[in-house]
Design a protein around this ligand. Structure first.
Ligand code: AMP
Length: 178
């Protein structure tokens, strides 16, 4: 399946979760067996040569793609969750949103010092979420080999922000606009 076909499987919902946002909904792609397999194959083709020790997925859609990728590569999967969701002792990082702040957390010790990790999410917009996750991983002594996304919104500059911070980043498909 071409990347154009993958792009066509993503549904765009205007004005969600608030007016002016074009929400790129991957549930339509996930529900298509060929589409899901081909998306994960594309992500695995990027990730495999890096030979990461661990796949780290960002809540929530990063769990779906990250776990599929971990299975494809035969690697373990570690979730980065929003505040207060993980049952064990956590380490975390606060980061700024457009309005207010949020917090990402990781189980303490689940990413070993020196681990070479691949960070995964469904979409990169401004890059704020992925930057915070990468910083949290670095604070644990891990190195982030790459941040890998299904979708990039290049007009929002997230990839550039990651690369300015020394995080290699790649996406399988892109959409113009916000
Ligand atoms: P950002 O931190 O601005 O890069 O936003 C990325 C996070 O927000 C990811 O976890 C995405 O799932 C979600 N997100 C941001 N913008 C959109 C959008 N237009 N459509 C779908 N998800 C989005």
């Amino acid at each position: 399946m071409s990347t154009d076909s993958l792009t066509a499987l993503v549904r765009t919902i205007p004005d969600f979760p608030k007016p002016g946002i074009l929400f790129r909904d991957i549930t339509t792609l996930l529900a298509d067996g060929d589409g899901l397999r081909d998306l994960v194959d594309c992500m695995a083709a990027v990730a495999r040569p890096l030979d990461p020790d661990l796949i780290v997925g960002i809540e929530a859609r990063g769990f779906i793609l990250g776990a599929a990728l971990a299975l494809a590569l035969g690697k373990g999967f570690v979730p980065v969750r929003k505040k207060g969701k993980l049952p064990g002792k956590t380490v975390g990082i606060d980061y700024c949103l457009e309005y207010g702040t949020d917090r990402l957390e990781l189980h303490e010790g689940q990413v070993p010092v020196g681990a070479r990790v691949l960070l995964v999410d469904d979409l990169i917009a401004t890059g704020g979420t992925a930057l915070a996750a990468a910083q949290l991983l670095r604070e644990q002594g891990a190195s982030v080999l790459m941040a890998l996304f299904a979708i990039d919104l290049p007009d929002l500059g997230g990839m550039a922000a990651l690369s300015a911070d020394g995080v290699a980043a790649q996406a399988i498909i892109a959409f113009d606009g916000e």
